[in-house]
Ligand binder design. Structure first.
Ligand code: NAD
Length: 490
């Protein structure tokens, strides 16, 4: 495993002193209730579940488990707020509340980042530099649209949908909440939001922000729980729109449940993105982009570049550089500012990833993992490469949602495209080349909602995001993200 280039890392030459983010400034309650009608209320179910720190396996807090009766209460509170103040409010005033949420998130950014990292296992660097600033940017962006909706859709009459049921995953908890809540509010809807069961804490902090921002009671309601709570939101007759982000498997269940109903829906689902490196690319930059695309945030990214296609003439060079770079990646304490790869979000997710590592080996692929030491407690996975794979291998076709990269080679442009498109998913992709013409041809040929060129995993609230094929239906972000929360009339 060790090559002369990376020997320095093994010898400890690049070891950094620990630089842990302080947690003195954060407050995590021992117990969280449901946020319904502007109050924190005990669940009708009388039940609570643990949320743990996946890096230590220690309990962080106990969180209310919402049942059908709780969801019903939340939907009724949202309906009352919709009929009452929210849909009648002057749009500019609605905008002011949303700006207020954006600003409070900015002011409490350090607290949000530390809690996101503790609850989800992601490196503090990512929570601090990506999740929290982007979440606040989404609120700022959509606040600006609140009183300009008729300009967004010229010649059309715009009306809100009503009550939006929103269900989100664990990989970007606060950011996914922002993606959903901000446009819904800007368009005049009220909300029942359900965070993922392994990462409820920043949603509960968002509830505090919403209360501090003085939003009328019931405009945003947050119910915690697992799949049953989500399913109860989906089937509730008082919900007008469902916005779901999560796995394709659950997306299918939701789509079946909604068939024949009048509910509008958007589904943001899984992915298996292709990163394509041409021989004329700036190889070092490309390698850094590949590492960023699959290993940071433990590969817990729907648009992670989990398949790599390298032009044959540079394949050996790229794979050697990738392996060298992998040896320098620091896996460990998510709160340490030096950490590149934090903890896997849950035991169940770690088991899924490990089962794919076994599948890859059984399928005959060559596996390479970095040699880094792993902490004794918690859920960890070394960055992993599979080479010697073919298109039909499961590790090439299926979403693993871990720091696992499958590498294949190609000779011609057309071969790269046909391999990249040979997947049931179509969420994102990347191309690395110094030829602008190739970039344009590639972005037109890859069947994916987003294609990055000479970069990867870049987000902005003004850009729409969403998938083709089994990666979902509808778009979030930008102007397209407004469409999903409005009834447009001629
Ligand atoms: P998941 O589908 O297991 O869960 C997502 C959410 O749905 C959770 O809140 C969960 O409690 C809830 N849920 C589970 N069963 C449900 C049901 N029957 N009815 C209603 N709700 C239900 O997904 P996950 O493991 O939390 O997240 C990982 C997945 O999310 C990956 O597939 C990833 O690609 C995808 N994802 C997609 C995007 C995107 O924008 N396309 C973004 C982030 C994550």
């Amino acid at each position: 495993m060790a090559t002369p280039e990376n020997k320095l890392a093994f010898d400890g030459g690049w070891e950094y002193s620990p630089a842990p983010e302080s947690t003195d400034h954060i407050k995590v309650e021992k117990k969280y209730e449901l946020f319904i009608g502007g109050d924190f209320v005990k669940p009708e179910s009388g039940k609570y579940f643990n949320t743990i720190n996946p890096a230590t396996e220690e309990r962080l807090s106990r969180v209310a488990l919402a049942n059908d009766a709780d969801v019903d209460k939340a939907v009724k509170a949202a309906r009352k707020a919709y009929r009452g103040p929210w849909s009648r409010m002057k749009p500019a005033d609605r905008g002011k509340y949303i700006y207020r949420i954006a600003r409070i998130i900015q002011e409490r950014a350090r607290e949000f980042a530390a809690i996101e990292s503790l609850d989800g296992g992601k490196p503090i660097r990512e929570a601090r530099d990506v999740d929290v600033p982007l979440a606040s940017a989404h609120f700022f962006y959509y606040a600006g649209w609140a009183d300009k909706l008729e300009y967004a859709f010229p010649g059309r009459k715009v009306r809100p949908m009503g009550v939006a049921g929103q269900i989100i995953p664990w990989n970007f908890p606060l950011l996914m909440a922002a993606w959903k809540v901000a446009p819904a509010l800007a368009c005049g809807n009220t909300v029942v939001l359900k965070p993922a069961e392994t990462t409820p804490l920043t949603a509960m902090k968002l509830a505090e922000v919403i209360a501090d921002a003085g939003l009328p009671e019931g405009v945003v309601n947050i119910v915690t729980g697992a799949g049953d709570t989500g399913s109860s939101i989906v089937s509730h007759p008082g919900v007008d729109k469902i916005a779901f982000t999560g796995s394709t498997e659950v997306g299918r269940i939701i789509q079946r449940a909604l068939a024949g109903s009048k509910k509008k829906y958007t589904l943001e689902l899984g992915g298996k993105a292709a990163n394509i490196i041409f021989a004329d690319a700036a190889i070092d930059e490309a390698v850094e982009g590949i590492v960023n695309g699959i290993f940071f945030n433990q590969g817990h990214v729907c648009c992670a570049g989990s398949r790599l296609f390298v032009q044959e003439s540079v394949a050996e060079q790229v794979i050697r550089k990738l392996k060298d770079r992998m040896e320098t990646l620091i896996v460990g304490d998510p709160l340490d500012k030096n950490t590149d790869i934090g903890a896997i979000n849950s035991k169940a997710q770690l088991e899924t990833i490990q089962s794919y590592l076994d599948i890859g080996k059984q399928e005959g692929a060559d596996i390479y993992q970095s040699a880094c030491a792993l902490p004794d407690k918690g859920y960890w996975c070394r960055p992993t490469l599979f080479t010697g794979v073919s298109q039909s291998n499961r590790v090439v076709q299926e979403e693993i949602f871990g720091p696992v990269l499958a590498i294949q080679t190609f000779r011609t442009f057309d071969e790269a495209i046909s391999k990249a498109n040979n997947t049931p998913y179509g969420l994102s992709g990347g191309v690395w080349t110094d030829k602008g013409a190739k970039i344009f041809r590639m972005t037109q040929s890859v069947r994916a909602g987003v294609v990055w060129a000479n970069t990867f995993n870049k987000f902005d609230p003004t850009s729409p995001f969403g998938g083709y094929k089994e990666s979902g239906i509808g778009r979030e972000g930008g102007l397209h993200g407004l469409d999903a929360y409005l009834r447009l009339e001629a």
